[in-house]
Design a protein around this ligand. Structure first.
Ligand SMILES: Nc1ccn([C@@H]2O[C@H](COP(=O)(O)O)[C@@H](O)[C@H]2O)c(=O)n1
Ligand code: CDI
Length: 157
């Protein structure tokens, strides 16, 4: 059986927050705002896995009004979601993602993100593809007000 899932997330860029994307801290003058560490890429990916499993979304599993998970490391969210997938007997075929950000440049950080994600999903680096794009200064991402991410995963068993 194969199952496809998609995810999309957006977080606002603000001062005095760390910028964490794909489990990697990226040096930048602003960071993403959220109830968690606001890792927009891991949130999109976790939602894609939950979508493939037909198990809702991360807001259902990790409510943003739960004080016990305030500031949670999103790697823990993805690990927990992946545990669900494994319990249901699934393995990953591939994951493809895109980070939509005018700045900063993601390219140098993508290999480390791939390592983090492939380690959590227990797969090879080649099964995890991460891309980045600007929006040519258009829209909220183009104005640097926020960062968005999309993910697609294919699971099999
Ligand atoms: N935040 C970003 C945005 C883009 N990149 C890389 O630059 C390439 C060109 O971007 P365009 O938006 O002009 O298509 C893109 O393909 C990425 O490789 C990046 O590293 N970080
Ligand atoms: C991750 C959670 C929970 O801490 O909070 P946020 O960091 O605000 O992220 P978001 O993508 O808005 O929604 C999912 C939430 O459940």
């Amino acid at each position: 059986m194969i199952r496809i899932g998609q995810g999309f997330d957006v977080h606002q860029l603000v001062k005095n927050r760390k910028l964490i994307i794909g489990g990697v801290e990226i040096p930048y003058e602003k960071g993403l705002l959220g109830h968690s560490d606001a890792d927009v890429l891991l949130h999109a990916l976790a939602d894609a896995v939950l979508g493939a499993l037909s198990k809702g979304d991360i807001g259902k599993w990790f409510p943003d009004n739960d004080p016990s998970i305030k500031g949670i490391d999103s790697k823990e969210i993805l690990k927990s979601v992946w545990k669900e997938a494994k319990n249901d007997g699934f393995r990953i075929e591939n994951a493809d993602m895109i980070i939509i950000a005018q700045r900063p440049k993601m390219a140098d950080h993508i290999p480390e993100m791939q390592k983090v994600i492939s380690s959590i999903l227990e797969c090879n680096l080649e099964q995890v593809n991460i891309k980045a794009t600007t929006t040519e200064k258009l829209g909220f991402t183009g104005r640097g007000e926020g960062i968005a991410a999309q993910a697609v995963v294919l699971l099999s068993k």
